[in-house]
Design a protein around this ligand. Structure first.
Ligand SMILES: [Zn+2]
Length: 479
């Protein structure tokens, strides 16, 4: 089945465009017809040269990249409702704001706000468009050369978000570790990435006992998916940044089973892995300078006679042993072996993991910011700043070694969870830190909050948001 495709950003001479134009404008005074809120719209059919949709950007002094994205997202919703498959956007209107990144931000909102995951529907729900938004024509008066180059970068970035959203959205009867590996291989082939997958037998031979244990209750078992992008230009031959994404294709909680309310939505427990796919595809399409490796430990956390249990003691790939306290704290187990693999197989410049790891981080930070934990202040600061720029925001939590007390083992080196209701996101982080060698800059992003939207957001419909793709690509573009 074809996944949703991001609308194309096309470069079109201003005087040749006949269709609907979007006119983004700062709110000026109380007689400003579209309205005061960013994204308020008004159709104006009286303009010479065809109909225009006026889009409010809010008061001029309050315009930020985020309000521009939100206004773009609202405009996309209007376009979908009115079944406009094509629209023109005069570039000069955004340039006139004199805010660096304004055009990219508005386009980001437009493209991401147009996302719909509807290919399983026999017919669209009421009031929803039959036609997706197919193209946004960036209307310009010059030769458009620089603009074309920039737009192709944005296109790669936003297509990465589309991919991440769609993979996370896919139901668990379609995406399991084996079919995820199949999808990853197709993406790799189309984007020119190198691909390999370690199946249960390979992981057994390697000794990846933690990842294997999580997958052993399901048919087909676990996979470790490996994607490599060599970099370009001056980046060729440099040490890679490694992005690791948790992909639990469905999380029942295992024998620490979730209740029926909290089990629904657990298809999104693969959102970290989905983001890694999006990041790798985008990096290849935009010919990013920095070499990149994507590791996706994939498993389905199920119940069966073969499933792992609380009190099992697992030997991880690192050789360190872990007693299972909660079979529902499985994400950190699959990540542990992937992190060890990352450091054995490569000499990483930095490692960033993305995981819907804890409910605790949602208690702490809600769905606005993801938790950031790191052993490296410079990396943490760079990621934090990328979050502020991209709107995929982070907040740093501590990782003092004192927290290790919470997971100190009784009969094993350590435990995968604490019996105490204390510092859950940090317990996840301090667990992962046990698998990081000294001197390797590492950051753990607990994206359990913002990876999904409970309701339609200005530029992300309800469901998977693709959180992390734009954030990590922004960070990578600064290296
Ligand atoms: Zn779980």
């Amino acid at each position: 089945m074809a996944l949703p495709q991001a609308p194309k950003l096309l470069i079109t001479p201003e005087d040749s465009w006949q269709g609907l134009r979007l006119l983004p404008l700062p709110y000026s005074s109380s007689d400003f017809a579209p309205g005061k809120k960013p994204g308020d719209t008004m159709l104006d059919s009286t303009q010479p040269g065809g109909a225009s949709l006026l889009v409010s950007l809010g008061p001029a002094e309050e315009i930020t990249l985020e309000t521009l994205r939100r206004a773009g997202g609202q405009a996309a919703r209007w376009l979908l409702e009115h079944e406009h498959a094509q629209v023109g956007l005069p570039v000069a209107m955004l340039d006139a704001l004199e805010i660096p990144g304004a055009l990219e931000a508005f386009c980001t909102g437009l493209v991401l706000g147009a996302y719909r995951f509807d290919h399983y529907r026999a017919k669209p729900p009421e009031n929803q468009a039959l036609r997706p938004l197919q193209a946004i024509h960036l209307l310009h008066s010059g030769d458009g050369g620089d603009l074309a180059l920039q737009a192709s970068r944005w296109q790669a970035d936003l297509s990465g978000v589309y991919l991440a959203r769609s993979i996370a959205h896919e139901p668990p009867n379609v995406i399991n570790p084996a079919s995820l590996a199949q999808r990853a291989s197709e993406i790799a082939q189309a984007s020119g990435l190198s691909f390999r997958v370690l199946d249960a037998a390979d992981l057994q031979a390697l000794g990846a006992g933690a990842l294997l244990a999580v997958g052993q209750g399901s048919q087909g078992g676990a996979r470790l998916i490996v994607l490599e992008y060599p970099g370009s230009g001056a980046g060729l031959g440099q040490p890679p940044v490694i992005v690791v994404g948790k992909a639990i294709t469905f999380d029942t909680g295992g024998y620490s089973i979730k209740d029926r309310v909290n089990m629904v939505g657990m298809k999104y427990d693969k959102a970290g892995g989905a983001a890694v796919l999006g990041i790798l595809q985008a990096a290849a399409e935009m010919r990013l300078s920095t070499p990149l490796v994507g590791l996706i430990p994939a498993a389905e956390n199920m119940i069966s006679a073969d499933a792992y249990r609380p009190n099992d003691i697992l030997t991880t790939l690192s050789g360190k042993t872990v007693e299972v306290i909660s079979a529902d704290a499985e994400g950190r187990l699959v990540l542990a072996d992937a992190l060890t693999y990352a450091q054995r197989q490569y000499q990483p410049r930095a490692i960033i993991d993305l995981a819907t790891l804890t409910g605790g981080v949602v208690i702490a930070l809600g769905k606005v910011r993801a938790g950031l934990m790191s052993n490296d202040d410079a990396l943490a600061q760079s990621l934090f700043e990328a979050g502020e720029r991209s709107g995929e925001r982070l907040w740093r939590l501590p990782l003092d070694d004192d927290y290790f007390e919470l997971i100190k083992g009784d009969d094993s080196d350590f435990k995968n969870s604490s019996e105490l209701r204390q510092a859950h996101p940090i317990v996840g982080g301090i667990f992962l830190k046990q698998f990081i060698e000294p001197g390797i800059p590492w950051a753990h992003l607990d994206i359990a909050g913002p990876a999904t939207a409970d309701k339609d957001l200005p530029y992300s419909p309800k469901g998977a948001t693709g959180f992390g793709v734009r954030l990590v690509l922004d960070y990578l573009s600064t290296l």
